[in-house]
Ligand binder design. Structure first.
Ligand code: ZN
Length: 294
């Protein structure tokens, strides 16, 4: 375990423990979430160091990197993912008219393949070896370990996407600096992350599944991600809600809280979250932040 003594966003040293969450997916261990007194950023602390983090991803239930179609939760995940891929494409590469893409944390390569089929130059980076192999089998040729990031040429991508990835990265600041180097001038970076200020996060508290400790090292909101990216010269230009996420997160959160997924309640919480989004995007379970390099 490693214990952070400075806030990863503002480098302040004053923070307090705000939540204690259980890792329901793999270890069943408890992890503390701290909040910075200065910038209000939340982070898991202490956290597994980079060498020991691998074991917290070893679970049949950890579906982000697999194509398993077993079980209700996996089926819902697959259906929503297929819908999301085309939505992601339209709101990013198509909207910002970008030809070249780096998808950081590409998983099994579904979004990458979709972009390749649309005629884009698309490179994927993925830490999980078996996920990389699946992506390559699907026809994504340029899929590498994230350590390959440093070898990619300056200004080689017009857009970089991170779909639920930034919250997993140990070396946060150096990685964002690499993104800045790789982007063309006025390039776009798209970051989708859970939002701990959301309606469903407030409802479920420590049981909110998107805390997902200790795999999620950071817990963002609009304020903290804007400051983090601003530190590296990125300006926020657009935010978009992820409307399907709260349904899936509510199913999991119900399971953590009561032992049952309770689909009716999950639909209710998902609908309520979406209604609240109409008044303020900070109610959204996950948010897509679009930044431009300045
Ligand atoms: Zn801070």
């Amino acid at each position: 375990m490693e214990k952070l003594t400075n806030c990863p966003v503002c480098l302040g040293g004053d923070f307090k423990e705000v939540l204690s969450c259980t890792d329901y997916t793999t270890s069943k261990e408890e992890f503390v979430i701290c909040q910075c007194s200065d910038c209000s950023f939340r982070f898991t602390n202490p956290r597994p160091d980079i060498k020991e983090s691998g074991k917290y991803y070893q679970s049949d239930d950890y579906i982000s990197h697999t194509d398993s179609k077993k079980g209700l939760l996996n089926k819902i995940y697959q259906i929503s993912r297929d819908y999301m891929i085309s939505t992601k494409y339209k709101s990013t590469l198509k909207k910002y008219n970008a030809k070249s893409l780096i998808d950081y944390g590409c998983g099994t390569g579904d979004f990458l393949k979709y972009c390749l089929d649309k005629g884009h130059h698309a490179i994927g980076l993925e830490i999980d070896e078996s996920a990389r192999k699946i992506a390559i089998q699907k026809g994504c040729q340029e899929v590498f370990n994230p350590s390959h990031l440093e070898e990619l040429s300056d200004h080689s991508a017009e857009i970089i996407t991170l779909w639920h990835v930034l919250e997993h990265i140990h070396d946060l600041q150096p990685t964002i600096q690499q993104f800045s180097r790789l982007l063309t001038s006025n390039g776009t970076i798209v970051i989708a992350v859970p939002n701990h200020q959301s309606y469903d996060a407030n409802y479920y508290g420590e049981y909110w599944a998107a805390y997902d400790v200790p795999r999620h090292l950071y817990h963002f909101n609009l304020q903290s991600i804007t400051r983090l990216m601003g530190n590296e010269g990125f300006k926020l230009i657009e935010t978009k809600p992820m409307r399907l996420d709260p349904f899936y997160i509510a199913l999991l959160s119900n399971k953590y809280k009561t032992g049952k997924m309770n689909p009716i309640k999950a639909v209710f919480i998902g609908v309520m979250t979406n209604l609240k989004i109409m008044f303020n995007i900070t109610n959204s379970s996950s948010i897509i932040y679009i930044f431009k390099k300045q």
